[in-house]
Design a protein around this ligand. Structure first.
Ligand SMILES: [Zn+2]
Length: 98
């Protein structure tokens, strides 16, 4: 069983969580000023790196709070979790998390 460390509850089973997509997507300051391409870029286009990826996760069957996680997309291993609004940990390579 894969355990995910909720920053608020501690380690819990993976089945208690839902992934909410890429983290650290900033909403445009003035959405009405964007053209259709820029709006589509904000809404639909996300990075899909091979390696460390920052994602939003929700502890849906626990505290129901959102937090961020750094996940290695190659191994599906979660390298770090941190509260929403906190700065991203400085982990840019898989080796740095070991
Ligand atoms: Zn929780």
């Amino acid at each position: 069983m894969l355990l995910i460390e909720c920053p608020h509850c501690g380690p819990r089973a993976e089945i208690e969580f839902r992934c909410g997509g890429e983290a650290h997507i900033a909403r445009p300051a003035d959405p009405s000023a964007l053209d259709d391409n820029a709006w589509a870029e904000f809404l639909f286009y996300r990075s899909s790196p091979k390696g460390v990826h920052a994602e939003r996760w929700n502890h849906a069957h626990g505290c129901q709070r959102w937090f961020n996680a750094l996940r290695d997309t190659m191994s599906d291993r979660i390298l770090a979790t941190y509260p929403a609004g906190a700065a991203r940990p400085n982990i840019t390579t898989i080796e740095a998390a070991r």
